[in-house]
Design a binder for this molecule. Structure first.
Ligand code: GDP
Length: 360
C-alpha cells in the first residue's frame, strides 16, 4: 500500500498527532488490519457514502478505505547543528510515497522550540534544505555513471538533460515537487534516481484555537506552501477527540464549529495526494470501499479484490452512487437503465458502485 511519511522538527506535535492517528486506527475495530505496527498508522478514510449504501443493502459490516501514515522518527535532530540527516531517516523517506511535514504554529512558552522561536517558514526550510542537499548529493553521485551509460548508448541524452534540469532546480533551493511546474520537469522520468523531493508534500500546521480561527494566517500559510497541500489542525484537540465515543466526538466538533476533524481532513488530503480513489461494493455481508489509483481500468480495479478477478475479468456492472441512492435499489436502477455494463477499457470513476463478472 502507498504510505505517507510524517516528518518534522522536534517538539512540533508529531507524536501527539501520530498517536491520535494510531488511536483512530484502533477505534476502527471492525477493520481487519493485518498487523498493527508501532510506527504505522492506518487511518480509515471518512466516506459518508458507505453508511448510505449499507442501509440500502442492509449490510452487516462497513469497511472503509484506509490511508497509511508512517512516523519517520529520528529526524532532523542533527540538522540544525549541521550534522545532516541519518541514513535510516533518509531510507525511510525514500520508501514513503508522499511526505507530510508537521509544522508548529501554536504558541506555548512551556514547550521549547528547537530554534528558539515559532517560525513555520523557517521550519519548512530547515527540512526542505536537508532533503534538497541529499538529492543534490544523489545526483552528483549518479551523474558520472549516467554519462558513461550515455556514451555506451544505454540511456538517452534527454534523460541526462532532465537530471541536469532537476539539479538546477535543487541548486536554486527548491524541492523538485515545488519547482517542477516552472522548470517543466518530468518527475516521472526522474523516478529511477529515487530522489526525495520529487514526492508530493503535505504540510500540517499544528495550531491552537486562535490560529485555526485566523483565516488570514491560514491563507498566508496556504500560499507559502503551494503547490503542496496545507492542512490546519490542533494536534492536542485531535488527541482529545479520539478518546471520545462517536457521539461525544461529534458534539465536541460541533461545539468547536468544525465540520470534520483535522485527522479526517488529513486522511482525505493524503488519499488524493497519493493519487488514489475509491470504488464501492455493497451487499448484505458488507459495504466496502476499495482503493485504486486514479485512472485505473475496470480489470485493475477488479484485481484489488482478487487477482483472479483481474485475470478472468469479463465485465463490470457499474451504477453511479447518486443514481443508486435516488432509485433506491439495484433492481430499480437496472429497470431505469442506470446499470452499465463496462468492458476492460473502462476507466473507473470515484464512487462507482460495482459488481464484477469474471471467469474462474
Ligand atoms: P514531537 O517532538 O514533534 O513529537 O512533539 P510532541 O507531540 O511530543 O509535542 C511536544 C510538546 O508539545 C508536548 O508537550 C505536547 O503536549 C505539546 N503540544 C503538541 N501539540 C500541541 C498543541 O497543539 N498545542 C500546545 N499548546 N501544545 C502542544
Amino acid at each position: 500500500a502507498l504510505t505517507i511519511g510524517i516528518v518534522g522538527l522536534p517538539n512540533v506535535g508529531k507524536s501527539t498527532m501520530f498517536n491520535a492517528l494510531t488511536r483512530a486506527e484502533i477505534l476502527a475495530a471492525n477493520y481487519p488490519f493485518a498487523t498493527i505496527e508501532p510506527n504505522v498508522g492506518v487511518v480509515p478514510l471518512p466516506d459518508s457514502r458507505l453508511k448510505v449504501l449499507a442501509d440500502i443493502f442492509s449490510s452487516e459490516k462497513v469497511l472503509p478505505a484506509t490511508v497509511s501514515f508512517v512516523d519517520i522518527a529520528g529526524i532532523v535532530k542533527g540538522a540544525s547543528e549541521g550534522e545532516g540527516l541519518g541514513n535510516k531517516f533518509l531510507a525511510n523517506i525514500r520508501e514513503a510515497d508522499a511526505i507530510c511535514q508537521v509544522t508548529r504554529v501554536f504558541n506555548d512558552p512551556d514547550v521549547v522550540h528547537v530554534d528558539g522561536k515559532v517560525d513555520p517558514a523557517s521550519d519548512i526550510e530547515t527540512i526542505a534544505t536537508e532533503l534538497i542537499l541529499a538529492d543534490l548529493q544523489t545526483i552528483e553521485n549518479q551523474l558520472p555513471r549516467l554519462e558513461k551509460e550515455l556514451r555506451a548508448k544505454k540511456i538517452e541524452a534527454s534523460f541526462i538533460d532532465e537530471v541536469k534540469a532537476a539539479q538546477k532546480v535543487l541548486e536554486e533551493g527548491k524541492t523538485l515537487f515545488a519547482g517542477a511546474g516552472e522548470a517543466k520537469l518530468d518527475l516521472e522520468a526522474l523516478k529511477p534516481l529515487q530522489l526525495m523531493t520529487t514526492k508530493p508534500f503535505i504540510y500540517v500546521f499544528n495550531m491552537d484555537e486562535e490560529g485555526l480561527a485566523n483565516d488570514e494566517l491560514k491563507q498566508e500559510l496556504t500560499n507559502m506552501v503551494a503547490p503542496a497541500e496545507a492542512v490546519f489542525l490542533d494536534a492536542q484537540f485531535e488527541a482529545d477527540l479520539v478518546e471520545l465515543d462517536e457521539d461525544e466526538a461529534a458534539e465536541m466538533l460541533h461545539e468547536a464549529g468544525y465540520a470534520e476533524s483535522g485527522l479526517e481532513k488529513l486522511a482525505r488530503v493524503g488519499y488524493s495526494t497519493l493519487g488514489l480513489q475509491s470504488y464501492l461494493t455493497a451487499g448484505p455481508k458488507e459495504t466496502r470501499a476499495w482503493t485504486i489509483r486514479q485512472g485505473a481500468t475496470a480489470p485493475e480495479a477488479a484485481g484489488v479484490i482478487h487477482t483472479d478477478f483481474q485475470r478472468g475479468f469479463i465485465k463490470a456492472e457499474v451504477i453511479n452512487f447518486d443514481d443508486l441512492v435516488e432509485l433506491g435499489s439495484v433492481a430499480a436502477a437496472k429497470s431505469a437503465g442506470k446499470a452499465r455494463m463496462e468492458g476492460k477499457d473502462y476507466v473507473m470513476r470515484d464512487g462507482d458502485v460495482v459488481e464484477f463478472r469474471f471467469n474462474v
